[in-house]
Design a protein around this ligand. Structure first.
Ligand code: HEM
Length: 152
C-alpha cells in the first residue's frame, strides 16, 4: 500500500535528490520555523497539550521527523514514526482539521524560505513540488493511522 502511495505521487529519483537539497536548505531554519508554528498553535489555544513545558520536546521530535522524511527513509522505522504521530494526535484529540491546517502553516513557512533562497527559479519550483509530495506522504499516512485507530 505504501509503495502504491509513492507510485501514485510519482516520487522519483529527482524528488529524492530535491528532498536532500530541501533538507540542507531548511536545516538551519527548522528551530525557528517550528518554534513559530507551536507559538501560533498556543496563541490560538488549539490544544491544551501544547504548553511552554511540552514545546521544546515537540520541537525536537518534529525536527527529527522532518530530517528522516527528507532523507527519503521510507522504511519500517519511518512508517512506525508516522503511525505514532497519527495515534498521538488522535490520543490528544487533535481534530484532523487542525493537523491539516497546521501542516499548511508549516509548509508556507518552508516555501517562504525556498523563495528567499539564492537558487535558480526552476530549482525553486522543483523544491516546492517535492515538498508538496513529501508532505502528502506524511500527512496521508498519519491521517490514515488516525482512522485505523478509530476503526479498531
Ligand atoms: C495544530 C497542530 C498540532 C498540534 C496541536 C500538535 C500537538 C502535538 C502534541 C501535544 C504531541 C505530543 C503527544 C504526546 O506524545 O502525548 C504531538 C506529537 C507530535 N507531533 Fe504534533 N501537533 C500538531 C501538528 C503537527 C504537525 C503539522 C506535525 C508535522 C510533522 C507534527 C509532528 C509531531 C511529531 C513528530 C510528534 C511526536 C510523535 C512521537 O511521539 O513520535 N505535529 N503533537
Amino acid at each position: 500500500m505504501v509503495q502504491k502511495l509513492l507510485d501514485f505521487l510519482q516520487i522519483d529519483s529527482e524528488d529524492r535528490a530535491s528532498a536532500l537539497m530541501l533538507s540542507e536548505l531548511l536545516k538551519p531554519h527548522f528551530d525557528q520555523a517550528i518554534e513559530e508554528f507551536y507559538a501560533t498553535v498556543q496563541d490560538f489555544q488549539i490544544n491544551p497539550f501544547v504548553t511552554a513545558r511540552t514545546i521544546p520536546v515537540l520541537k525536537e521530535r518534529q525536527k527529527q521527523h522532518w530530517l528522516s522524511l527528507l532523507h527519503s527513509r521510507f522504511d519500517a522505522d519511518f512508517f512506525a514514526s508516522v503511525g505514532r504521530i497519527g495515534v498521538r494526535h488522535r490520543d490528544i484529540q487533535l481534530n484532523p482539521m487542525w493537523y491539516v491546517a497546521g501542516y499548511t502553516r508549516l509548509k508556507l513557512a518552508f516555501i517562504e524560505i525556498i523563495i528567499k533562497s539564492d537558487l535558480h527559479v526552476v530549482t525553486k519550483g522543483q523544491l516546492v513540488k517535492t515538498l508538496d509530495k513529501y508532505i502528502a506522504i506524511d500527512m496521508s499516512l498519519a491521517l490514515s493511522a488516525y482512522d485505523a485507530v478509530i476503526l479498531d
